[in-house]
Structure formats: C-alpha cells, structure tokens
Design a protein around this ligand. Structure first.
Ligand code: NAP
Length: 474
C-alpha cells in the first residue's frame, strides 16, 4: 500500500477493505476515499459526511468508524494538479475498493474521458445499481408513489454507451456505411443512408450473464417481502422473442423457469405473484393485494390463491416455490408504462445499459426526483457510490441544494459494507425529516405547508431525527 495518493497521506488509523472468496472483508475502521464533487458537490459532501459520521457513531458507539480519505477529480483536481482525473485517484480507489463521490463536471472537448467511464473500465464496475423507493411525505406527481420499491440493475459497459460510434460526415462513418451497404445488406431493400452517423450497439452474453447474476444475488428472500421477481427489459429480437434470459446460466434460473413455465392466461400467469404481493397468505409464500381493493374482494382473492396453491402443492415441488424467484420479461415500452401504473408488481429490473438509464430516471421522478436518487457502480470486489444528478452549478456554494442523493448513496454504501444499522438510521432520519415537511427548496416548491431549509440544516434535521432510532414500520 502506498503511503500517500495525490500527495495526501493515507489515514494512519484506518485499515484497507479486502476481498476474499467473492466477499469483501470490512475492518472496523475502513479507509474510504471520497470525491466531494464539483459545483453543489461541495455543499452536498459537507452535509452528507456529517450525516454518515453521526449515524455510524449512533449505531456503533465508537466501535466502528470511517477513516475518510479525500481524493481528487474534476475541477478541484484540475486546479490542484492540472489534471481532471489524476492516476493517483484511480489507484486509491483500486487500493481501498469502496469509494463515494459527489457529482463532477463533465469536461467538454479535448478528448477527456469522464471519470465515471474511466473508473467503470479500469475497475470493471459492470453493474449500475439504482434503488428507487418512496419515503413518506415526498412530493410526487403520481397518486400512489408508495407502490414504488424497485432496484434497477443496469448493465454498465456495453450497449450504445460502448462508444463504438462515428460522427456523421467523417471518413470513418462513410467507410462503415459503405461496408454495411455493400457486404451486409447486399441484395436487400434496406440500406443505411450515407449521411448518417453510425454506432454499434454490442450486447454480449458475457456481460449479460454477470449482470443478471448480480441481480439474482441481490434479489434473495428477505430483502423486500416474501417473493421476488426479476424483470428483464430487453430489446425484442427480430423474431419477436426476447434476447437475454435464455442465454443466462445462473444456477437459480432453471428453478425460476420452472415457475415461469406454469400455464399462462394470455400474457399473465394465473397466480401471477406480482398481483398478490402485499398481504401474506400464511404458510403459502404468497400474498394478496387487499389494500388495492374492497376487503371482500381481497379476501376472495386470498382464498382463491390459497386453493390454487394447495391444489398444485404436490405436483409443483411441495411448496418449494417459497424459496424461489419469479422471472418475468418485459419489453422496454411496456415497462415504461408499467412502472407508472403498476409499480408494485416489480421488485428487481435487470436491464441493458440505455434502457436502464431511462427507466431509472423515470422511476426516480415518481418518488422525489434526482435530488434524492442514489446510485452505485459495482463490480467484483469494487464499488463506487455516487449521486445520480449533475453539479447543478447555478446553486453551487449557496447551501440550498438537496443532499439526499449522496446521503442515500451512503446508505447503499453502508449496506454494501454490511453496516445495516447505520444505513437504517440514516433512512429513518431522512424519512422522518421529510414527513415533518422540513425540506430543501426542490421539495418545498412542490409541497403544501413545508418549511424550506438549507442543505446544512436539512442534514442537521436528519441527524436530529435519527435520535428516535430506526423506524419499525415498512
Ligand atoms: P444537473 O446538474 O443534474 O442539474 C439539472 C437540474 O436538476 C438542476 O438545475 C436542478 O433543477 C435539478 N437538480 C440536480 N441536482 C439536484 C439536487 N441535488 N437537488 C435538487 N435539485 C437538483 O444537470 P446539468 O445542469 O445538465 O449538468 C451540470 C453538470 O453536471 C454538467 O457538467 C454535467 O455533465 C454534469 N453531470 C455530472 C453527473 C455525475 O457526475 N454523475 C451526472 C449528470 C451530469 P432546478 O433548477 O429545477 O432546481
């Protein structure tokens, strides 16, 4: 381990996170590099770090703490080292494995790669994970935002973001178009117009498998209810089939497929668990949506589900479905309307890169928007947690911006470290603060009777509201 990166000494009292047998090993005082970010990142990081430290202190009473270690990227790195992204910063993340960052300005022109893209490539952070969840009191444009509780696993290395593309009018674009028209589309009616820009959208079996495996690994029983559903949002192939799940070999997929092969009624399965995913029907592993309908209807659904499950018990694995995952597939246009109209039918979405980008923002917009949308780029043994929004430069250094995105990215980070007590405290502190209508400008303008507070005061309120401990209700 180097003694310093970017000329800053490594904290002497902290220890490295290590990786063994597919698991990270977290010491009691892990060294965690952070990039505060540009623009509003400065306000956000100050507020977030106070929330993180207060939660860890409250949860572990000094037994655990984070040895924060600043590394540089973006405008601060440019000013200090005349580089947008010093190699030392990348090396430090590689060394310490887990990092957190605020938003960074994307430098325009000059062939400068964005830090995110570089980190994804260098550390092979192949999954972008975006949990989207409703916190009580959050202003929303939809009637039932509480139905949203979805984790999106977005492939992070391929698709149209692979960067295999050529600008319209360049000799390279002309050459590729000429080749495609001459060799690949020879004799057909279809031709690529010669004044097009062109790109290649690769989606490999390799990248899809590992993304889906990670989604499976994180969709186990116990995380969000009694059953789990993976919805793969794929482009339909030319023959109208979906392209991806058939190629996956995660051990659980065969089990999942057995459930998925149960008789269908049109596009729906007769006991489609997403429709019965709220009120548990004791002993069956299923649930009924009685909160969506009159109680008598809910009761009759529950009875019907129980009778169907009883009738297939002997022929369908003696209740083994309780420990299995349900898999669905959806095409992209369908899932866009489904996450608005029936969000509670989905738990985990595994998606290609571009679709995941759109869908995660569309989901986030229903539960508070980008100001509180967290994210993480995760590979095998490395993870970088980050705000999903940009630097919002017009609000920089004004102490007004919503720090929620970085704070909830910290919640993800603590869960990744296995520090769930700290994560729970932050989530409950944030939810209570919003419920009490103490919010930053972006929420206040959408709420009746709310009190607008600064970034730093919002953090104070979260810390204060942690004091009551963890919420016990879902
Ligand atoms: P942006 O920084 O995300 O800001 C756009 C608008 O979104 C803001 O004006 C504000 O809306 C709202 N917003 C963003 N963050 C918010 C927060 N924390 N709380 C409340 N509202 C928030 O997008 P941009 O202006 O297009 O991009 C600025 C710079 O950031 C660019 O250099 C871009 O490349 C970069 N960027 C970086 C990342 C990253 O590092 N992950 C991501 C995206 C963009 P109102 O004005 O309506 O209040």
């Amino acid at each position: 381990m180097a003694d310093s990166y970017n000329g800053l000494p490594v904290p002497k009292d902290g220890q490295r996170i290590t990786y063994k047998d597919g698991q990270i090993q977290v010491p009691d005082k892990p060294i965690i590099p952070f990039i505060e970010g540009d623009g509003t990142g400065r306000d956000i990081w100050k507020a977030s770090a106070r929330v993180f430290d207060a939660a860890v202190q409250k949860a572990y009473g000094g037994k655990r703490s984070v040895a924060w270690y600043e590394i540089f990227a973006g405008e601060k790195a440019k000013a200090k080292f005349n580089e947008w992204m010093p190699q030392d910063s990348i090396d430090a993340i590689r060394e310490f494995r887990v990092a957190i960052k605020g938003p960074l300005t994307t430098p325009v022109g000059g062939g400068i790669r964005s830090l995110n893209v570089t980190l994804r490539q260098v550390l092979d952070l192949y999954s972008c994970i975006r949990p989207v969840k409703y916190y009580k009191g959050t202003p929303s444009p939809v009637k039932n935002p509480e139905r949203m509780n979805i984790v999106i696993f977005r492939e992070n290395t391929e698709d149209v973001y692979a960067g295999v593309e050529w600008e319209q009018g360049t000799p390279e674009a002309a050459k590729l178009i000429e080749f495609i028209n001459r060799e690949m589309l020879k004799g057909g009616k279809k031709q690529v117009r010669t004044d097009s820009g062109v790109g290649i959208k690769p989606i490999s079996i390799f990248a899809t498998k590992r993304l889906v495996r990670m989604a499976y690994a994180n969709a186990g029983p116990g995380t969000n209810g009694s059953q789990f559903f993976i919805t793969e949002v794929a482009y339909p192939s030319l023959d109208g089939n979906y392209t991806i799940f058939g190629q996956c070999d995660a051990p659980s997929i065969e089990l999942v497929k057995r459930i998925a092969r149960m008789p269908r009624n049109g596009n729906d399965r007769p006991n489609n668990p997403p429709k019965i995913n709220k009120i548990t029907i004791a002993g069956t592993g299923a649930a009924a949506p009685v909160h969506h309908a009159p109680p008598e209807f809910g009761k009759s659904v529950a009875e019907e589900v129980r009778s169907v499950l009883d009738s297939i018990y002997a022929t369908h694995g003696h209740g083994a479905w309780k420990k299995k995952l349900m898999i669905n597939d959806r095409i992209a246009d369908s899932i866009f309307q489904q996450v608005v109209t029936r969000a509670d039918e989905y738990t985990v979405l595994a998606t290609p890169n571009l679709n995941g980008d759109y869908i995660s923002d569309a989901c986030a917009a229903q539960v508070g928007g980008l100001g509180i949308a967290p994210g993480a780029n995760v590979g095998d043994g490395y993870a970088v947690f980050e705000a999903t929004h940009g630097t919002a430069p017009k609000y920089a250094d004004k102490d007004v911006i919503n720090p929620g995105s970085v704070i909830l990215s910290g919640v993800m980070m603590f869960r990744y470290l296995g520090w769930n007590e700290a994560a729970d405290l932050i989530e409950s502190g944030l939810e209570r603060t919003i419920e009490k209508k103490t919010v930053t400008y972006d929420f206040e303008r959408l709420m009746q009777g709310a009190t607008k507070v600064s970034t730093s005061k919002f953090a104070d309120a979260i810390i204060e509201n942690m004091a009551a401990g963890v919420l016990t209700t879902a």
